[in-house]
Design a protein around this ligand. Structure first.
Ligand SMILES: *[C@@H]1O[C@H](CO)[C@@H](O)[C@H](O)[C@H]1NC(C)=O
Ligand SMILES: *[C@@H]1O[C@H](CO)[C@@H](O)[C@H](O)[C@H]1NC(C)=O
Ligand SMILES: *[C@@H]1O[C@H](CO)[C@@H](O)[C@H](O)[C@H]1NC(C)=O
Length: 198
């Protein structure tokens, strides 16, 4: 009887450790179509998680090394004070602090366009592409309205990849520095996202 118990306990602990090993070995954020499909299968067991991110966005238009370049500047930009019709493509640095030489944690890659005839209002369509730490390789996608003269601008986060698969959230922008002549700007971003964790 004692022997049987020992065997049972042994079997039980083996199967428990086997279980633990398989759980850890699951490709929770692996790459490729099979890993993504597995991730969706596992989704019912996932916990919804809130993550807050804080960084500074450097929109550098002027000088020898601009990270935001003008791709369209139609005549409407002369007619409208709001630069209506202007389109720029950016690959802007995202940094920990507001200083231009602060540690880089990712890039804001995308397009913004002056989409308002009556106010300074941009359409922002961009990805935050993270390059550091646990978010390295993950992205968040923003599509939003950015009335740049307002103190706070709220833009929807409509999705993400990697750690941020199926993310949704809100990014709040606040300009910390703006040079009217060069149009260079440094913008503080507070981001809050709901996403999944296993
Ligand atoms: C843009 O404005 C310039 C100067 O007024 C004019 O010569 C040109 O024809 C205009 N272009 C278009 C596409 O309207
Ligand atoms: C981010 O990931 C890339 C690709 O896997 C790797 O080459 C790079 O060293 C990583 N960067 C950091 C700061 O971890
Ligand atoms: C603002 O931009 C102009 C034009 O690039 C430049 O000459 C000037 O030094 C800038 N001002 C500051 C405070 O950086």
């Amino acid at each position: 009887m004692e022997k049987l118990c020992t065997i049972l306990i042994l079997l039980l602990s083996f199967s428990i450790s086997g279980l633990v090993v398989t759980t850890i070995a699951q490709p929770v954020n692996g790459e490729g179509p099979e890993a993504v499909e597995q991730w969706f299968k596992d989704l019912p067991n996932a916990k919804e998680k809130t993550t807050k991110l804080h960084f500074y966005f450097h929109d550098i238009v002027a000088g020898d090394n601009p990270s935001a370049v003008t791709v369209a500047k139609p005549n409407s930009t002369v007619v409208y004070l709001t630069n209506f019709g202007l389109v720029r493509v950016m690959d802007n640095q995202l940094t920990v602090g507001p200083e231009p030489d602060s540690k880089i944690i990712g890039r804001a890659q995308g397009i913004y366009a002056s989409a308002s005839m009556e106010e300074f209002g941009l359409l922002m369509t961009l990805n935050y592409v993270f390059t550091d730490g646990k978010y390295n390789g993950s992205t968040l996608t923003i599509v939003g309205h950015n009335p740049i003269l307002n103190e706070y601008r709220e833009m929807p986060i409509v999705g993400g990849s990697g750690v941020f698969r199926l993310a949704r959230g809100v990014a709040t922008a606040q300009t910390v520095w703006f040079n009217l002549t060069s149009q260079d700007a440094i913008v503080e971003y507070d981001v809050i996202v709901l996403h999944y964790d296993f």
